[in-house]
Write a protein that binds this ligand. Structure first.
Ligand code: GLA
Length: 387
């Protein structure tokens, strides 16, 4: 469904369910060029928002309950705004969490009606959940808080929602990208200082393509939180706040005091930090071959040391390499989802055809292919006409 079609659908359903019109808001899914599992270690990430969004029509209802309908799941849910009112439906908990996290920070939220839908593929590692959180955080900031909550806080509200209502101890990357995304730009974020810069990304001869293995990716109760715990254990052992400050030299010194598993997790994080910086230099020099090489290194690290890959993703990585793709790696938390591929324009059609056929032959289903269009993040799409 295109974003325009989706908006029409949302407007139709909203007027049928609630009558009239509300404001339309949207926020985006994200890609990440490099810098994986570094955000919660105080390191660097390199994400950008994409042209796939969660969109919602939202209007205050003058009550103290939220009434919300999800078009994609075809479910309706109602909940109050006190802690004990948490809904059971996992999709509604994201919205409830946003309301509560705004309230906990002293912000205002009252009852509203909403209808939403999305074209960010679910479980593909493109952060549909961050898009949902950012869309509602942005909307409630606009409707009830005079846009006084700053954008970093909006991202943190989304992150805290994951921590406190959805069971995922994620870092800040996804919500940051979804809130701050800007058309045509990637962003390098230092997750310790939260300083960032926009990085125009429109290489003349290369493009980014995602290959979605359609292997389900579920971060709650998943080994994701365990990875984070490993990193925190090693940081503690090294007497530092996060692995941002760790070196391989220091890690090697404590090698015999920690488990092999923790050692390899920390090794990956330390190496990944260096890779992000190397990729920035390479991008500044227009050296896409180096960018690609670093992406392959990240994949190897994520697969062997961090162990967040799976057979299908390793297969996609091997096929990419064989077909001459410049860079390819798992993207996002891992355990399924997409690979991100950097490739010369003239390889695009051949790559898409071959990777689709070969994956289908081996796993009995075709992967989905998404051409990356780097787009804007959270926004007001359309204001309802004033009565
Ligand atoms: C998930 C998390 C992010 C980040 C990535 C891995 O997307 O939500 O915070 O840790 O995994 O880089």
């Amino acid at each position: 469904m295109t974003t325009e079609e989706m908006q029409k659908k949302i407007e139709k359903v909203f007027s049928e369910r609630f009558g009239g019109k509300g404001n339309i808001y949207a926020s985006a899914g994200r890609i990440n060029l490099i810098g994986e599992h570094t955000d919660y270690n105080g390191g660097f990430v390199f994400p950008g928002a994409i042209d796939k969004v969660i969109m919602a029509e939202v209007r205050p209802n003058g009550l103290d309950i939220v009434r919300v309908f999800s078009i994609d799941i075809d479910q309706y849910c109602e909940f109050g705004l006190n802690e004990e009112d948490a809904p059971k439906e996992s999709w509604a908990r994201y919205i409830f969490g946003i309301c509560r996290e705004i309230q906990k920070r002293g912000g205002d939220v009252k009852g509203f009606d909403a209808v939403f839908a999305g074209n960010v593929p679910l479980g593909a590692g493109l952060s549909s959940s961050a898009a949902l959180e950012s869309c509602f955080a942005f909307a409630l900031n606009d409707l009830y808080n005079g846009n006084n909550i700053d954008k970093f806080e909006l991202a943190r509200i989304g992150q805290s929602t994951e921590h406190n209502y959805c069971g995922v101890n994620c870092g800040i990357m996804d919500q940051f990208a979804s809130v701050f995304g800007r058309k045509g730009n990637l962003m390098r974020l230092d997750c310790r200082s939260m300083e960032f810069e926009y990085f125009p990304f429109s290489p003349e001869n290369y493009r980014l393509v995602l290959v979605d293995s359609r292997v389900k990716h579920e971060l709650a109760d998943s080994p994701y939180n365990k990875r984070r715990e490993s990193c925190e254990r090693v940081a503690k052992r090294l007497g530092i706040e996060t692995l941002r400050d760790a070196t391989m030299e220091a890690l090697n010194k404590i090698k015999t005091d920690i488990t092999a598993e923790d050692f390899f997790r920390a090794k990956f994080v330390i190496e990944e930090k260096e890779r992000v910086l190397a990729v920035c230099d390479a991008l500044n020099a227009g050296d896409y071959e180096t960018v690609g090489r670093k992406m392959y290194e990240t994949h190897a690290g994520l697969s062997k040391d961090y162990e967040v890959s799976c057979e299908e993703l390793d297969f996609l990585n091997d096929v990419a390499k064989e077909l001459g793709v410049t860079g390819s790696r798992i993207m996002g938390g891992g355990f399924g989802g997409c690979t991100i591929n950097l490739l010369p324009n003239d390889l695009h059609d051949k790559f898409v055809k071959e990777v689709t056929a070969r994956f289908n032959e081996k796993y009995g289903h075709e992967p989905k292919i998404y051409d990356v269009v780097i787009s804007d993040g959270a926004r007001l799409v359309e204001e309802s006409p004033k009565e």
